[in-house]
Write a protein that binds this ligand. Sequence first.
Ligand SMILES: [Zn+2]
Length: 539
Amino acid sequence: MASLPHLCTQMPIPPELQADADMKSIQENPLNGHQITTGAPVQGGGPPTSLALPIGSLWKNGRTLRVKILNGSDKIKGKIRQYGSLWTQFANLRMEFVDSGNADIRVNVDASGGSWSYVGTGNLVIAQNQPTMNFGWLTDNTAEDEFSRVIIHEFGHALGCIHEHQSPAANIPWNREAVYNYYQVTQGWSRAQVDVNIFQLYDRSTTQFSAWDAGSIMLYAIPASLTTNGFSTGWNRQLSETDKAFIAKTYPPEGMDIASFNTMEIRPWDQPTKEAMKRQTYPAPYNTPPKFAVGLNWLDIDHATNIRVKAYADNITKTAADMHIDTWADTTLYSAGCTWMRIAADDPDFQTGQFSTQDDHPWQNPQMKTSRAIKFDRPFAAGGAAAPPKVVIWLNVLDMQAGKNWRINATATDVTATGFTIHLDTWADTVLYVASAAWIAYPAGKPGVTSGTYNTQDVRPWDKPQLANSGRVNFPAGVFQGTPKAVLLAFNSMDIDQGKNLRLRLSADSVSKDGFNWHADSWYDTILYSAGASYIAFA
Ligand SMILES: [Zn+2]
């Protein structure tokens, strides 16, 4: 029996619990919805393979996870504590092993069950009286390096790590027929099971992953007979240097600032409401209530009725504000998300404001093009001379008719030291009842700040719609000495087919002092012609 490989299974969330799991993931860590992660660029990642919402499964950074070992000998329990907690030497997470009360991770030692674990925040939807992890072949006689291999591996899943051979970055030259045969003989797997457990790569929009790492503890052994070029790996039995660096990046000592609200923090997507609000306390108080620039960066709205959504802050005090995302009338808003930038009322550099098409004409008289000359409160200067600032535009209110494609473009033109022209335009047969946008302006040469725009049309034409879109933003050389403290993204443009639901969200990975990889993704059957965003990054 010793020659048969013991394989682990990543436990999928039961479908009926998925909406609840999505909500709990975003409640646990808002970054699971609005994913912005740091690090060097990672190659790989094809189009989304599943119908699932693009929601991650990371624990809140800095959290203490309660771990309860349900059974097993004292020796096995000791090994689980020893090897299970190894990851936390490199991650900003702690593990507290408890004997009673509720626990986030519940470890079963049961020879009838194989070895498996749920992944990351997926653990949160499993009933407290059920295990979330099982060890199927550990005994007091198990070899030390097998304790190490399987325990570190399963706890990797519990922290959100996926199987390395199914990483979006994996590019293993499989000899497919040999693989089907091997797992049929050794595990009794059908071809479909092999497809799911070996060949299918995870969607890059829902998973955290590193560059491909043949030494990863999260990799199955790969005999040379299963590849077309003789590539092979044995069983990895300890954390690789890439594993350590990956978990350190995933749960960093000091996380980036998060300015993010998603309606799924309040309710699951499949229980839509008209209004969602969450009070947000600032990291530090202001002398007077700050101003807010708010931008939408996630939308999932039913196509049968008009697209109506509004993101805003109110009840703004020196220490906190209410962030709202609302819809109205007969619109079904499954979920939506926004970001914001707070600007001190007396900030010497940043200015912000808001413009709505309703400042120009009533909603029931829709127009194709709307513009307005915006005058700054104070003129901008650089080196003592008047100089045009940088301007960022974020959409935060949309009201567009059903039955016509949803097209909107928000831009700034004619930027001078004293003002600029804001444009909220649509085109073709779209009926745009209302659009509103926030604007942010700051001196062009201000150290430690940069901004810009990007669009899916930078990487493909609009008439070749696809769900997953990504590209690269390079910051100007020398703007940042280290990773910026915040990168804020929101829509400035979209063009989406009215025949399917409007689903669109922004994220970024590989944020460093040099730039970031942007993603503008849809999911399921949405037809995304184009989408664009404005970003601002600051140290
Ligand atoms: Zn596994």
